[in-house]
Ligand binder design. Structure first.
Ligand code: AMP
Length: 435
């Protein structure tokens, strides 16, 4: 048997799932996607769809050549040489901020609008060690605000969106963590202080942190290794190095969050894995028991240098990405009932079948979710199937019904059976299912 590649999975209709794993039920993904689209609409964000693969260089420059994503996790290959000359180095996108920034530059969006508000929903690819809540193909819902302004109110719009989507999805026990990572002026001072504080104690650090000391010292802050903890605790906080502008920005973000009624925890160690962040960074973690170790549901922040790094004009940016797989994992069971047929049409006998085919078509054209049982079976067997499928009604067409044009409509939820004129049965269904 050929199975899915390691740490990838199928998302399935619940009724066709063999192991009943609700975290892979497609309707739960669809629900979160549709409520996210509605939140984006309210905040004036429009959808963008960028290619699944991009030139490898985009991520090396945009995400940061020293990040874990770029050094270890990208699916990159050299394309075959063809009409376009040399085969290019291509990468399955590991994230979508760099692609959206690329599109912003390529389409010169700043000429059209002072602020571009874009969102995306789609798969991302990282060669990670898989576990519950961590896959090699996973889905993100994300948004980017690109343009002239770096007003802290724009940061808070992004955080509001994330919290709105998560709470609409029925998630509780959430914790919003915020921090600032400074800007191009303050960050080097902080990084220099980290280097100075740790230079004599390198042998006490974990292997990962020792490597990061060389490549990306800021990332030492979010090391989980036990042996690093006392050293990290002794580091000076970034707040000692902020300039007035960064400090004002961070204060304003907290003030606006407070005014929005969104509680947050200031976490001085929050730095996040991607290189492009400036000023605000944030993360939302879930403390729901179903989530497990991979409890970061969403993260993001400000990235005022990214567009310029990629060859565009100086542009301010703020964005976030929310891990759809993890949101679904944390979602309460009752938040996402699966779609069920409104009516299951049962035929008894050959002649009734012909009629059933046209009746079911009428129902569908009228917007009713209708299923036709094509297999001949006893009434009892057919009703059992209708119940199993969770249909609200069963329409029973037998010889007698065809003669009288009075149809037997069984309300499976209430356990009642009605006799309705053929011309009225659809109205009866739409009236009941609308309430
Ligand atoms: P990042 O792009 O790393 O900031 O990730 C943003 C969000 O995407 C995280 O908070 C996770 O919810 C989700 N995420 C990242 N990597 C994975 C993965 N390998 N599997 C599932 N979800 C992921």
């Amino acid at each position: 048997m050929i199975r899915t590649a390691s740490h990838t999975r199928d998302l399935l209709p619940a009724a066709l799932s063999n192991d009943g794993d609700a975290s892979a039920f497609i309707h739960r993904f669809q629900l979160v996607e549709s409520l996210a689209r509605d939140w984006f609409r309210r905040y004036g964000f429009q959808e963008i769809r960028t290619p699944i693969f991009e030139r490898a260089e985009l991520f090396a420059r945009g995400v940061g050549a020293e990040t874990d994503i770029v050094t270890k996790e990208m699916y990159t290959w050299r394309d075959r040489a063809g009409d376009d000359g040399e085969g290019e180095s291509l990468t399955l996108r590991p994230e979508s901020t760099a692609p959206v920034a690329r599109a912003y530059i390529q389409h010169q969006m700043w000429k059209r609008a002072e602020t571009a508000r874009l969102y995306y929903i789609g798969p991302q690819f990282r060669r990670e060690r898989g576990q519950r809540g961590r896959y090699r193909q996973f889905f993100q819902i994300g948004a980017e605000t690109l343009g002239a302004s770096d007003h802290p109110a724009l940061d808070v719009e992004g955080v509001e969106l994330v919290m709105g989507i998560l709470s609409d999805a029925g998630l509780r026990d959430l914790e919003l963590r915020v921090n600032t990572v400074g800007d191009a002026e303050t960050r080097p001072r902080f990084v220099a202080a980290i280097r100075q504080a740790l230079a004599d104690r390198l042998e006490e650090l974990s292997d990962d942190s020792r490597r990061r000391f060389e490549t990306n010292p800021l990332r030492i802050l979010d090391s989980k290794a036990e042996q690093d903890q006392p050293l990290i605790a002794a580091l000076p906080p970034i707040y000692d190095f902020l300039n007035d502008e960064c400090r004002r920005h961070f204060d304003a973000v907290q003030r606006y969050l407070d005014a929005a009624g969104i509680p947050c925890v200031v976490d001085a160690r929050l730095v996040r894995g991607l290189d492009y962040y400036t000023k605000t960074v944030f993360e939302v973690v879930s403390h729901a028991p179903s989530v497990g170790a991979q409890n970061a549901l969403a993260g993001g922040g400000r990235y005022d240098g990214l567009v310029e790094t990629l060859g565009g004009p100086p542009t301010k940016g703020f964005g976030f990405a929310l891990g759809l797989d993890r949101v679904v994992l944390a979602m309460p069971e009752d938040r996402a009932p699966e779609e069920r047929p409104d009516v299951f049409v049962i035929h008894l006998g050959e002649a009734a079948f012909e009629r059933a085919v046209s009746v079911v078509r009428d129902a569908r054209r009228a917007g009713v979710a209708a299923l036709l049982d094509v297999t001949p079976r006893s009434l009892k067997g057919a009703l059992r199937l209708a119940n199993k499928l969770g249909a609200r009604f069963a329409l029973i067409l037998g010889e007698a019904e065809l003669v009288t044009e009075q149809w037997a409509l069984r309300d499976l939820a209430r356990g009642e059976q009605l006799s309705v004129p053929a011309g009225e049965w659809l109205r009866h269904i739409t009236r009941t299912t609308a309430t």
